[in-house]
Design a protein around this ligand. Structure first.
Ligand SMILES: [Fe+2]
Ligand SMILES: [Fe+2]
Length: 295
């Protein structure tokens, strides 16, 4: 059976490389932890919505989901306690949000349990599964980066918190794998549907993940390329509507413009020289990548 794993950012930078950079800069480190907190808290709301949509059936899944929500709520609580103790911000994180981009790319009309319960289960579980995998990848990279960073009291506390969360996230991945395998084993058609859903949600997750990181010039074009990749995992007749509904916002990308402005402002206030040395080459690389693609 196809195993869909999260890819590296533009196939080049891995979570480990990213986290080593983030951990070095206290401000970015705390923003990253607050993004985790926000995602954990938000997943409680999203999983609750799934329980309400399922409206009681199948009861084993309702039970599992309610346990899952309890885990995610505990993760959010641990991270909130940690951030408050460190005196950090626990507001809505600024800029592009992985979750909002994931939601935008996710086609809700295809996911109505009253129309087709099994289809709904397959796509919901595939979507949960791929985001849980990304969570594991990030948390284990974060622990790896913290082991290499100076062993300050603050870093130790952060590491202890993430080390408590990671095994539970790995449990969520295994849980999703079990449910998807069970559904796939029902028939060859089921297996095909599960495989297709895995490919589709892996493409959506990858696009959302890259949108949250890619603020270099040319990002809009790469986001369109990612949107096309998502569409290519769907049956042909579903593609035009999916694309037409999402293309304008992908091209205009207002959240992307805000993230760019925020990032530049923050970097400028802190250290104008470092901005010229570090950020300007990143933006220029973005232009080069687009030029290379089109030449
Ligand atoms: Fe979690
Ligand atoms: Fe989780």
């Amino acid at each position: 059976m196809a195993v869909a794993y999260p890819r590296k950012f533009q196939n080049a930078i891995g979570a480990r490389d990213i986290l080593i950079q983030f951990v070095r800069d206290r401000e970015i480190h705390l923003i990253t932890l607050n993004r985790y907190r926000y995602s954990e808290q938000r997943s409680c709301k999203d999983l609750t919505e799934v329980i309400e949509q399922l409206d009681g059936q199948p009861s084993e899944l309702i039970r599992d989901l309610s346990h899952h929500i309890s885990d995610e709520a505990r993760h959010a609580m641990w991270l909130t306690d940690l951030l408050v103790e460190l005196g950090a911000n626990v507001g809505t994180p600024p800029g592009s949000s992985y979750i909002s981009e994931f939601e935008r790319l996710y086609d809700r009309e295809q996911r109505d349990p009253s129309k087709d319960l099994e289809e709904f289960l397959i796509s919901t579980l595939a979507a949960i599964n791929v985001t849980e995998k990304r969570g594991c990848e990030y948390f284990s990279a974060h622990i790896h980066a913290l082991k290499q960073a100076p062993q300050t009291e603050e870093n130790t506390k952060i590491c202890e918190t993430i080390e408590k969360i990671l095994p539970e996230e790995a449990g969520h991945v295994r849980w999703g794998n079990r449910w998807l395998a069970q559904l796939a084993n029902k028939s060859p058609e089921h297996r095909q549907k599960v495989e297709q859903a895995k490919r589709k949600y892996a493409a959506i997750e990858q696009a959302a993940f890259e949108a949250g990181l890619d603020i270099t010039l040319g990002a809009e074009l790469r986001r369109v390329a990612n949107l096309l990749e998502v569409a290519n995992t769907m049956p042909i007749w579903q593609r035009p509507q999916y694309l037409m509904e999402r293309l304008p916002q992908t091209l205009l990308a207002p959240d992307l413009q805000m993230t760019r402005i925020n990032t530049i402002q923050r970097a400028w206030k802190r250290d104008p020289q470092a901005l010229m040395e570090n950020f300007v080459p990143i933006f220029l690389n973005g232009i080069k990548r687009v030029k290379n693609k089109h030449s």
